[in-house]
Design a protein around this ligand. Structure first.
Ligand SMILES: [Zn+2]
Length: 138
Protein backbone atom coordinates (compact mmCIF):
# COMPACT_ATOMS: atom_id res chain seq x y z
CA UNK A 1 0.00 0.00 0.00
CA UNK A 2 1.40 3.40 -0.90
CA UNK A 3 1.21 6.19 1.60
CA UNK A 4 -1.30 7.92 -0.66
CA UNK A 5 -3.62 4.91 -0.51
CA UNK A 6 -3.17 4.73 3.19
CA UNK A 7 -4.11 8.40 3.54
CA UNK A 8 -7.21 7.85 1.41
CA UNK A 9 -8.25 4.96 3.60
CA UNK A 10 -7.76 7.06 6.68
CA UNK A 11 -9.86 9.83 5.17
CA UNK A 12 -12.65 7.39 4.42
CA UNK A 13 -12.55 5.95 7.90
CA UNK A 14 -12.61 9.50 9.18
CA UNK A 15 -15.74 10.39 7.23
CA UNK A 16 -17.59 7.47 8.79
CA UNK A 17 -16.89 8.61 12.33
CA UNK A 18 -19.74 10.24 14.22
CA UNK A 19 -19.41 14.03 14.24
CA UNK A 20 -18.76 14.30 17.93
CA UNK A 21 -15.79 12.00 17.84
CA UNK A 22 -14.20 13.87 14.96
CA UNK A 23 -14.25 17.15 16.79
CA UNK A 24 -12.43 15.83 19.77
CA UNK A 25 -9.78 13.87 18.03
CA UNK A 26 -8.86 16.27 15.28
CA UNK A 27 -8.26 19.60 16.97
CA UNK A 28 -6.03 19.88 19.97
CA UNK A 29 -5.70 23.07 21.92
CA UNK A 30 -1.98 23.85 21.88
CA UNK A 31 -0.04 23.89 25.12
CA UNK A 32 1.96 26.88 26.24
CA UNK A 33 5.73 26.65 26.21
CA UNK A 34 6.72 29.09 28.94
CA UNK A 35 9.46 29.74 31.44
CA UNK A 36 10.03 32.17 34.27
CA UNK A 37 12.82 34.71 34.13
CA UNK A 38 13.18 36.96 37.15
CA UNK A 39 9.69 38.24 37.86
CA UNK A 40 8.45 37.71 34.32
CA UNK A 41 7.03 34.78 32.43
CA UNK A 42 8.07 34.30 28.82
CA UNK A 43 5.85 32.38 26.39
CA UNK A 44 7.98 31.07 23.57
CA UNK A 45 5.31 29.68 21.26
CA UNK A 46 2.78 32.46 21.48
CA UNK A 47 2.53 33.13 17.75
CA UNK A 48 2.15 29.42 16.99
CA UNK A 49 -0.77 29.25 19.38
CA UNK A 50 -2.46 32.26 17.78
CA UNK A 51 -1.80 30.74 14.34
CA UNK A 52 -3.28 27.39 15.34
CA UNK A 53 -6.38 29.27 16.45
CA UNK A 54 -6.40 31.38 13.29
CA UNK A 55 -6.60 34.49 15.45
CA UNK A 56 -4.67 37.74 15.61
CA UNK A 57 -1.95 37.41 18.26
CA UNK A 58 -3.07 40.79 19.61
CA UNK A 59 -6.57 39.51 20.36
CA UNK A 60 -5.21 36.59 22.36
CA UNK A 61 -2.75 38.91 24.08
CA UNK A 62 -5.52 41.28 25.14
CA UNK A 63 -7.54 38.38 26.49
CA UNK A 64 -4.67 36.92 28.48
CA UNK A 65 -3.70 40.31 29.80
CA UNK A 66 -7.18 40.81 31.27
CA UNK A 67 -7.61 37.28 32.54
CA UNK A 68 -4.17 37.05 34.09
CA UNK A 69 -4.29 40.62 35.38
CA UNK A 70 -0.87 41.28 33.92
CA UNK A 71 0.88 43.47 31.40
CA UNK A 72 1.90 41.56 28.33
CA UNK A 73 4.32 42.74 25.70
CA UNK A 74 5.55 41.05 22.56
CA UNK A 75 8.94 41.04 20.90
CA UNK A 76 7.46 39.71 17.67
CA UNK A 77 7.71 36.01 18.43
CA UNK A 78 7.56 35.57 22.17
CA UNK A 79 5.43 37.36 24.70
CA UNK A 80 6.59 38.59 28.05
CA UNK A 81 4.14 38.61 30.95
CA UNK A 82 5.05 40.79 33.90
CA UNK A 83 4.07 38.18 36.48
CA UNK A 84 5.44 34.87 37.63
CA UNK A 85 2.96 32.29 36.37
CA UNK A 86 2.91 28.56 36.36
CA UNK A 87 2.43 27.06 32.94
CA UNK A 88 -0.86 25.41 33.95
CA UNK A 89 -2.31 28.81 34.82
CA UNK A 90 -1.60 30.11 31.34
CA UNK A 91 -2.83 26.89 29.72
CA UNK A 92 -6.10 27.17 31.59
CA UNK A 93 -6.66 30.66 30.16
CA UNK A 94 -5.67 29.57 26.67
CA UNK A 95 -8.24 26.74 26.93
CA UNK A 96 -10.90 29.23 27.97
CA UNK A 97 -9.97 31.49 25.09
CA UNK A 98 -10.30 28.59 22.66
CA UNK A 99 -13.74 27.69 23.99
CA UNK A 100 -14.98 31.27 23.75
CA UNK A 101 -13.22 32.57 20.64
CA UNK A 102 -12.18 29.60 18.53
CA UNK A 103 -14.37 26.53 18.89
CA UNK A 104 -17.89 26.44 17.51
CA UNK A 105 -20.44 25.98 20.29
CA UNK A 106 -22.64 23.92 18.00
CA UNK A 107 -20.31 21.44 16.33
CA UNK A 108 -17.13 21.93 18.35
CA UNK A 109 -14.90 22.58 15.37
CA UNK A 110 -12.29 25.31 15.20
CA UNK A 111 -13.33 26.49 11.72
CA UNK A 112 -14.73 29.77 12.94
CA UNK A 113 -14.16 33.38 12.05
CA UNK A 114 -15.08 36.76 13.40
CA UNK A 115 -17.53 38.61 11.22
CA UNK A 116 -20.58 40.86 11.41
CA UNK A 117 -24.28 40.28 11.20
CA UNK A 118 -26.63 43.24 11.02
CA UNK A 119 -23.94 45.44 12.56
CA UNK A 120 -23.23 43.06 15.43
CA UNK A 121 -19.89 41.32 15.81
CA UNK A 122 -20.35 37.59 15.77
CA UNK A 123 -18.26 34.43 15.69
CA UNK A 124 -19.40 32.22 12.85
CA UNK A 125 -18.61 28.59 12.10
CA UNK A 126 -17.67 27.83 8.52
CA UNK A 127 -18.25 24.11 9.02
CA UNK A 128 -21.85 24.10 10.27
CA UNK A 129 -22.99 27.71 9.85
CA UNK A 130 -23.67 28.15 13.56
CA UNK A 131 -22.95 31.54 15.10
CA UNK A 132 -23.21 33.47 18.31
CA UNK A 133 -22.51 37.05 19.40
CA UNK A 134 -18.84 37.75 19.88
CA UNK A 135 -18.20 38.42 23.53
CA UNK A 136 -16.19 41.56 24.15
CA UNK A 137 -13.01 41.22 26.13
CA UNK A 138 -13.68 43.17 29.29
ZN1 LIG B 1 -19.97 24.60 13.86
Amino acid sequence: MTSYEYETLLDRAWEKLPEKLKNHSRFEIPKVDSFVEGNQTIVRNFNEIANTFGREPRHLMTYLSKELAAFITSDGKRVIINRVLRREMINKRVDEYAREYVLCHECGRPDTKFTELAGEKIIKCEACGGWRPLRKIK
